[in-house]
Structure formats: structure tokens, C-alpha cells
Design a protein around this ligand. Structure first.
Ligand code: PLP
Length: 380
């Protein structure tokens, strides 16, 4: 019988150490391994290829996303870079138009130099994906909910469109984590995360992962880890294993706090608009309700101007003005100058990323304290 999510988060890949019985996976700080004879070893040759701490993490993340293999990298961007190595010059990618700014920056400024081409569409309208696919399309890359506008894409519908055309679908599941969304069960071929966020959960380490569903993915990404070397260190693998053990309880609290904070913000006169799929008035609320098992804790608000946004940020006493998200602490960011600074003003305007937009990653502090802080900051 398949164990429950919280049980797998604590135990899968994390069996007690065979040598000592230590209940935590040791941090194997080694770059190489003694070989018994030429061509004979204990399954490890060199740490760019395999490391037992990293291997344990890959087993854990693979289990949580329901894939067949997982491959961790030094950051979310390194994972997306590895994803691009599935392709060759001339191949085409369809991508959500409102992805993390760094993703589009890497696609357009780095990968385009190697002959990959990219088309950005609003993937929350599945027909846009169908219309953008060409004979050269190899991959559709979707972020749902999007960063920072919180648009939701119907993963099942887009997967069907992709598979009918022989295209693979990758989903950036960073905003919800596998606790709240299971893209592979909905038809995705690959799930990607910036593990820097909810999977780590404590804002103390970068990382990225690709969770795959096919033997050829396993082969490709193992080979890419070995050839390009953008792997996650043993120490950061350990931090992530530690973070993942509490993922279920953290996400329950993030989700509960997110709903309370969104309701509060909706009723505040200084907030012109709240972007949160958990609100019934969100245009994709019904879809989010159906394909997610919660709404999470990522909320964006329109404050009306850069001046208002800045005043709001400066008055915060508990929430921290900082890039990133998914930590236990409430983090507030200004997408136009932080996460989406790489998108030009026209592109930001098209997506609705105004100078007054603020994104809140609601932490798991006492929700009364979070609300009180946002209130005193908005009230001025
Ligand atoms: C949704 C999303 N994907 C990918 C990334 C990139 O991850 P990293 O910062 O770990 O490289 C981020 C970073 O903020 C993100 O928010």
C-alpha cells in the first residue's frame, strides 16, 4: 500500500544509516571514493556523478512528486538550464508568458544563442498553447500559478494538447510544492522546482530539481549532471532533506495562513486588487480548487503606485522586504524591481506587473501577527 504524503516526506530516501543507525542521512563530504580495484567500487566513483546525501534527496523528491527519477541541481535556474539540454538547435519551446523573470531571461539571453526558439503565451487559456505549437516544438513549459500574477493553467488540458502533438510538458511547481499540486498525476512529463522555496522552507539554501517520468529523462539528466556539473552540494542536499521532513505540516499552515491573509487584504481599502486563486472572485478559482489540494500562501496585491508600494514595504515590522518566497518567515517583494526586473517596462505592463504590485509569501508565524503587521503597514 502506498504510504501517505507526510510519511513519505519523512521516510522515503531517509532510512537510518546502515553503518551507525543514525536516523538522519549523513552529509558525505567527499569529492572522491576509494576504489577496491580498477573498475571495482562500492557504486560511487566521483562526487560530481553520485553522492549518497544527494542520492537520498533524489529518492525523496521523486517519491513526493510521483515520478520515476529525480535530479537535483545547484539552483532552480540550473535545473531549468538542464531541462533545455533535452533539446538541440532549431527546437522550439512554448512557455507561460508570466514565468519567473529569470526563466525568460535565461531562455532569451542564453539559450537563444544556441538556436532554441521560444514563444510566450498565456497558458491559462489552453487553446493558446495549441495555437503556438509548431512542428519544431519539443517542450511546453508552464508555471502554475504564475509568478506573480497567480494565473492558473489547466495542467490536464495542456498535457492532452502536448501529447496529441508529440510534445513534452514540464511544470514549474515551485509555488505550491508537491503537497498542494501533483502535476505528474495530471499528465505532466517533468516537474521542476526551485527547491530554494517551499521544499527547503527555511530560506537557507539554493537548489533545483527535475522530477521525471521516462527512462530517457533519467539517462539525459544523469548524464547532464555528470557532464555539466551543476549539481547540488552534499550540505545543501542535507538541508533540503531536513526541510522536506516538515513539508506537509508547513504547507498546511502556509495554506491556512494564506487564506486568512487574502481575506484580510481583500477587505482593506488601500488594497486595490488581490491576486489569489483561493478567492472565489479569482478568474481561475474553480480550476485551482479542482487541480490543487489547497491555494498556498502566495498572494499579490495592487497598491496603486510605486510610492504606495514603497511606503507599505518600509512600514512592515514583521514581514521582510526580500526576494524569494516559501520560507517560514513572511517575505514581501516588489516584482517590478526584483523578480521581474529583467522584463522590460512594456512586457511588465502587458502582464500587469505594475510599479504598485507587491507579492507576499505568507509565512507560518501566528496569522494574527501577520495580519496585524500588514494592517499597520497599510493603514500608515
Ligand atoms: C517559480 C520560480 N521558478 C524558478 C526560480 C529560480 O530558482 P532559483 O532562484 O533557485 O534559481 C524561481 C526563483 O525565484 C521561481 O520563483
Amino acid at each position: 500500500m502506498k504510504k501517505g504524503f507526510a510519511t513519505r516526506a519523512i521516510h522515503d530516501g531517509q532510512a537510518p544509516d546502515e553503518l551507525t543507525g543514525a536516523v538522519n542521512v549523513p552529509i558525505y563530504l567527499t569529492s572522491t571514493y576509494q576504489q577496491e580495484a580498477i573498475g571495482k567500487n562500492k557504486g560511487h566513483e566521483y562526487a560530481r556523478l553520485t553522492n549518497p546525501t544527494r542520492d537520498a534527496l533524489e529518492v525523496s523528491l521523486c517519491s513526493l512528486e510521483g515520478g520515476t527519477s529525480a535530479h537535483v541541481f545547484g539552483s532552480g535556474m540550473a535545473a531549468i538550464t538542464a531541462l533545455c539540454t533535452m533539446m538541440k538547435s532549431g527546437d522550439h519551446v512554448v512557455c507561460s508568458d508570466n514565468v519567473y523573470g529569470g526563466t525568460a531571461r535565461m531562455f532569451d539571453n542564453v539559450m537563444a544563442k544556441f538556436g532554441l526558439t521560444f514563444t510566450y503565451v498565456d497558458t491559462s487559456v489552453a487553446a493558446n498553447v495549441a495555437a503556438a505549437i509548431t512542428p519544431a516544438t519539443k517542450l511546453v513549459h508552464v508555471e502554475t500559478p504564475t509568478n506573480p500574477m497567480m494565473a492558473v493553467t489547466d495542467i490536464r488540458a495542456v498535457a492532452e494538447i502536448c501529447h496529441a502533438r508529440g510534445v513534452e510538458l514540464s511544470v514549474d511547481n515551485t509555488f505550491l510544492s508537491p503537497y498542494l499540486q501533483q502535476p505528474i498525476a495530471l499528465g505532466a512529463d517533468i516537474v521542476m522546482h526551485s527547491t530554494t522555496k517551499f521544499l527547503n522552507g527555511h530560506s537557507d539554501g539554493l537548489g533545483g530539481v527535475l522530477v521525471c517520468t521516462k527512462p530517457e529523462h533519467d539517462e539525459t539528466f544523469k548524464y547532464v549532471q555528470k557532464c555539466t556539473g551543476g549539481i547540488l552540494s552534499p550540505f545543501e542536499s542535507y538541508l533540503l532533506l531536513r526541510g522536506v521532513k516538515t513539508l506537509a505540516v508547513r504547507m498546511k499552515q502556509h495554506d491556512a495562513n494564506g487564506r486568512v491573509v487574502a481575506d484580510f487584504l481583500k477587505g482593506h481599502k488601500k488594497v486595490q486588487h488581490v491576486f489569489y486563486p483561493g478567492l472565489t472572485e479569482h478568474p481561475h478559482h474553480e480550476l485551482a480548487k479542482q487541480q490543487q489540494s489547497g491555494f498556498g500562501s502566495m498572494i499579490s496585491i495592487e497598491t496603486g503606485s510605486l510610492e504606495n508600494a514603497n511606503a507599505f514595504a518600509k512600514r512592515l515590522k514583521l514581514g521582510l522586504l526580500a526576494e524569494s518566497l516559501g520560507g517560514v518567515e513572511t517575505l514581501v517583494c516588489h516584482p517590478a524591481s526584483m523578480t521581474h526586473a529583467a522584463v522590460d517596462a512594456e512586457g511588465r505592463a502587458r502582464l500587469g506587473i505594475t510599479d504598485g504590485l507587491m507579492r507576499i509569501s505568507v509565512g507560518i508565524e501566528d496569522v494574527e501577527d501577520i495580519v496585524a503587521d500588514l494592517k499597520q503597514s497599510l493603514d500608515g
